[in-house]
Write a protein that binds this ligand. Structure first.
Ligand code: CTP
Length: 414
């Protein structure tokens, strides 16, 4: 893939060198573009030596049309993205080769902000990032740590590992339209005038549940399951990047994704309440959580010291409740984790649950299901279509699911 690596002028530019090397090692063609300020922090000779091409001189020298790099890119990554660069990008300025490239590209853009805490928390930076996110730009948020000058706080650019993972996931998502067995094979939006995939959920509210619920036995112990919440969180992030307002109701221990409204819950009862409230005004509801199917009937109020005779009762079926209260036009997505005879069982489950889409995975397949970063699923649709998504990153699987959701919102059924 052809990746433009934009480097703007912050101390974290030294980490861009490592990012560049790792991208080239992974087989990508990396075109480095530096702002003038970046040249104070890292030598153009260093990046030129490591990247697939030398650093171009700038907008005015070297004979490169200012739009060419952006047009040809499969992805544009800006690491580090300073407050100044983000402001110029959000304002639509094109006063150097990097901003001109950002404006000219239709490829996915990932920015990795890096700046002092005071700047990171300034309302103008917050607004600029919100604008960029709304336009489909993916932001790899900075972490907390030691900053230039010895200060400590949020603003430190994400580590190269995290950045490389985000790039790989994004490229996998873009390069992997789900191969379908259904009559309509393409998962891409139909029609040339459609919104680009990055924005095709703008104006929509998407509610996603994630993680395995925990049902109290006593104040110390719980009944739970092996769900990590990774697939649900990936759906929330993908919907956010496609322009949706996203509410994530999560029982997972994963960090809350940025730019998403997060409701943290523990039990099925809490999840049922939160989902009921959030789903009321939503156009899309994705029930990716692994709800514990049963819970202790009478959890003890104090720690139990003897082996208890647990009496269990079923938890409420949250999805069934959501289906029964579904608003007109709302698209409902269920999940099914199976260990044998997955697809046949899932068709029956789709009927029984009354959902529009059922995402089924065989959690016993290698690389698939609980706690993996990858997944392999079939998306079954009421009406009969199936989209088979081979082993992919959970983010790419999330995009394949949302491709079908968008098609259903548009009234296209399988
Ligand atoms: N689900 C739910 N509430 C429950 C159990 C499951 O909302 N109490 C949802 C899950 O989030 C998932 C779908 O229902 O989207 C299917 O979950 P699964 O556990 O596979 O289905 P069950 O109805 O429990 O069917 P079974 O255990 O018989 O396979």
């Amino acid at each position: 893939m052809r990746i433009v690596l934009g480097v703007s002028g912050g101390i974290a530019a030294y980490k861009a060198v490592e990012v560049c090397r790792r991208l080239v090692d992974s087989g990508h063609h990396v075109v480095p573009v530096m702002t003038d300020a970046a040249r104070h922090f890292v030598g153009a000779a260093t990046l030129s030596a490591l990247a697939s091409e030398p650093v171009p001189d700038g907008l005015w020298q070297g004979g490169i049309p200012h739009t060419r790099l952006g047009q040809e890119a499969d992805l544009v990554l800006v690491a580090p993205a300073t407050a100044d660069l983000l402001a110029r990008y959000a304002a639509g300025m094109a006063d150097d080769l990097l901003t001109a490239t950002l404006l000219a590209t239709r490829a996915p853009v990932i920015v990795c902000p890096a700046m002092h805490t005071e700047m990171w928390e300034h309302p103008s930076v917050i607004d600029n990032l919100a604008t960029l996110r709304r336009r489909g730009v993916q932001v790899v948020d900075p972490g907390s740590g030691r900053l230039a000058g010895g200060d400590v706080g949020p603003g430190r650019m994400a580590e190269p590992n995290e950045i490389i993972t985000a790039v790989a996931a994004r490229l996998a998502g873009e390069a992997a339209p789900a191969g379908g067995t259904a009559p309509r094979a393409s998962a891409e939006p139909a029609g040339g005038a459609e919104l680009p995939r990055e924005r095709d959920l703008s104006g929509r509210t998407v509610v996603v549940s994630a993680g395995g619920t925990r049902e109290a036995i006593d104040p110390v112990r719980v009944i739970t399951n092996r769900s990590s919440g990774k697939q649900g969180h990936a759906v929330a992030e993908a919907a956010r990047d496609r322009g949706a307002r996203v509410v994530l109701v999560t029982a997972s221990m994963l960090p809350a994704p940025a730019g998403v409204e997060v409701v943290t819950v523990e039990s099925a009862a809490e999840m049922e309440r939160a989902m009921g409230e959030a789903a009321a005004g939503a156009q899309v509801v994705v029930m990716a959580a692994a709800v514990a199917d049963f819970r202790p009937k009478a959890p003890a109020e104090a720690k139990i010291h003897e082996t208890p005779d647990l009496v269990l009762e079923p938890t409420p079926d949250i999805l069934a409740a959501l289906v029964s209260r579904r608003a007109p036009g709302q698209v409902l997505v269920g999940f099914a984790a199976e260990t044998e005879d997955a697809v046949a069982r899932a068709w029956r489950k789709l009927e029984r649950k009354g959902v529009d889409l059922l995402v089924v995975n065989d959690v016993s397949a290698p690389g698939s299901g609980f706690d993996h970063d990858t997944n392999e699923v079939s998306i079954l649709e009421s009406g009969g279509g199936t989209t088979v998504v081979p082993l992919r990153s959970k983010r790419a699987v999330a995009d394949a699911i949302l491709d079908r959701v968008v098609a259903r919102l548009r009234g296209e059924s399988a």
